[in-house]
Design a protein around this ligand. Structure first.
Ligand code: FAD
Length: 506
């Protein structure tokens, strides 16, 4: 080991959580190292090719996970910037009520140890850093904001503007989806027709690499080592302090020592890493005296809907501009448990439909469907279940078990959403549920809370069991809410990063 292997802060993972902490610590006196298992994602023509992304799975990790006897290749992406390199740029704040206990069909969605008010300033900072555009005041479930959005929303293209009018005619309250895209006059976005699930070749997408990691690296105190897989964390003899991360860098094993460790490898990999780091003193893994690490995995209940019009073609180039939350807390009559959010999905194309439609479907039919469809994403809350687990198999691979919750409410929401969409003039609506093979909204596996007996992290995401370990990716979520997670991960990580800068590293 050399002195170059000793840092004040070691951040594991360069996604939203890790990137936001790095951004907060940039320009301070602390020597900060980000360790990232993946490379920088290459800019290449394949970035925007549905064939490469969806058929060849060019960017998807080659690893396989198990779920009991079943083996599958999960929708995991390991690059600098993490999953945001592929995300759909929908940047929602959770609703104020999502931070309290909320009654659902299958039970109570637990309260968070912090309130919406605690995160509001950090939501604002996250929106600023990601360049989020939106319009406040239209979504009836929207939480209070200190200030309007800095950037105007992305306007609907004609097909979608017509749908928005037809939704309003039904008495609904459609609103422009908050999006992190450098759009409009002088902006980088070329409306390439991809975006959701594709990397952006021209950096128009506000992702964790462009908005957090790269700006942090402009400061001399922050460094990044990519293609460095963190295998385990090492503690001192007391077991209270983490002293090193054991990494495998291009086949070579070495230790990186640090004063503070900020884990942000994503909800599945952070839980796995803590379990891989088990010792005689911590037989269930680090940060796990409560036995919650690797439990309560959540992933949202999601279904894709394809709305088809027999004649009208949909040539929309930027499809993710519209959402409704009218059934976020109850059904259309204002009765019953929460149903969820409805938002537009990235535009489906023929190669994408190859995996989604039966193999016998002729190409010409898939092409016709892709040209005529408007594509939607129906999302409902997934409740934390103790037996929804991430575990490490003896061969080192990951085993994921997902006990679905709230599926009755989700199915009701899919039926309701289909009727709403049909009434906008699209008589055929086809549904395709998402499974755990696509753990895009993974969260909850290292939950934070007020009680060390039932949570792994305190309200500032510090491990109760260790003096110098923080976990800031989506694993800290005690509940999943029913809107997209990235902005909430960013807000809490900025809050934790600020705390480290002003209270811990002084
Ligand atoms: C196709 C797709 C579309 C999405 N669309 C949206 C959307 O529109 N809006 C939204 O809010 N959310 C969206 N999401 C979800 C969102 O991208 C994630 O919730 C968010 O990026 C998670 O951030 P994170 O920091 O928790 O983890 P990650 O982004 O997973 O970051 C973890 C990082 O750690 C690295 N890592 C993992 N293990 C190790 C290890 N052992 N050693 C070193 N490094 C490691 C990974 O390579 C990765 O870079 C989408 C996700 C996908 C896949």
């Amino acid at each position: 080991m050399t002195t170059r292997d000793v840092y004040d802060v070691v951040i594991i993972g360069s996604g939203v959580g890790g990137g936001a902490v790095a951004r907060q610590l940039a320009g301070t006196a602390a020597r900060v190292l980000i360790l990232e298992r993946g490379p920088v994602l290459p800019r290449e023509p394949e970035n925007w090719s549905p064939e490469s992304v969806f058929v060849d799975l060019r960017y998807r990790s080659a690893e396989t996970w198990t779920s009991g006897e079943r083996r599958f290749r999960p929708g995991q992406y390991y690059f600098v910037g993490g999953h945001t390199k592929f995300y759909g740029t929908a940047m929602f704040r959770f609703r104020e009520q999502d931070f309290g206990a909320l009654e659902h069909e299958d039970g109570v969605s637990p309260a968070w140890p912090i309130s919406y008010g605690d995160l509001e300033p950090w939501y604002a900072q996250a929106e600023h850093l990601f360049g989020v555009r939106g319009q406040a005041g239209l979504d009836p479930t929207e939480p209070p904001r200190g200030a309007p959005y800095e950037h105007a929303p992305i306007p609907h293209e004609p097909v979608l503007a017509d749908i928005a009018r037809r939704l309003e005619a039904q008495g609904l309250k459609p609103f422009p989806m908050p999006a992190a895209v450098d759009f409009g006059p002088g902006g980088r976005c070329q409306r390439c027709g991809t975006c959701d699930a594709f990397p952006c070749r021209i950096d128009a997408k506000g992702d964790a690499e462009t908005c957090l990691v790269r700006p942090a690296l402009l400061q001399p105190n922050v460094q990044l080592t990519s293609e460095a897989y963190v295998d385990r964390l090492i503690t001192d003899d007391t077991g209270r302090r983490i002293v090193a991360a054991e990494i495998i860098e291009r086949g070579v094993k070495r230790r990186i020592r640090g004063g503070l460790f900020v884990l942000s490898a994503g909800a599945v990999n952070s839980a796995a890493l803590l379990q891989r780091s088990a010792t005689a003193r911590h037989p269930r893994g680090l940060a796990n005296s409560s036995d919650v690490v690797g439990r309560h995995f959540m992933n949202h209940n999601c279904t894709g809907l394809m709305a088809l019009h027999p004649v009208k073609r949909n040539h929309t180039r930027f499809p993710k501009t519209l959402s409704i939350n009218d059934c976020y807390f109850s059904d259309l009559e204002g009765k019953g448990p929460p149903l969820g959010n409805l938002q537009l999905l990235g535009k489906l194309s023929e190669p994408i439909l190859r995996g989604a439609m039966p193999a016998w479907t002729p190409r010409v039919l898939r092409q016709w469907v892709a040209e005529h469809s408007v594509d939607w994403y129906v999302m409902s809350e997934d409740l934390p279940h103790r037996d929804s687990t991430v575990r490490v198999n003896t061969d080192g691979t990951i085993d994921l078990r997902w006990h679905r919750t709230n599926m009755g409410a989700h199915r009701k929401w899919v039926r309701t959403a289909s009727r709403i969409i049909q009434r906008t003039g699209y008589p055929i609506v086809l549904a395709k549920p998402f499974t755990m093979d696509t753990p895009s909204h993974q969260c909850g596996t290292v939950r934070f809370g007020n009680d060390p007996a039932t949570s792994a992290l305190d309200p500032l995401c510090k491990a109760w069991d260790h003096e110098n370990l923080y976990v800031v990716d989506a694993s800290f979520f005690p509940s999943s809410a029913a809107v997209n997670p990235a902005l909430t991960i960013a807000a809490q990580a900025l809050r934790v990063g600020h705390h480290l800068r002003t209270e811990v590293l002084q």
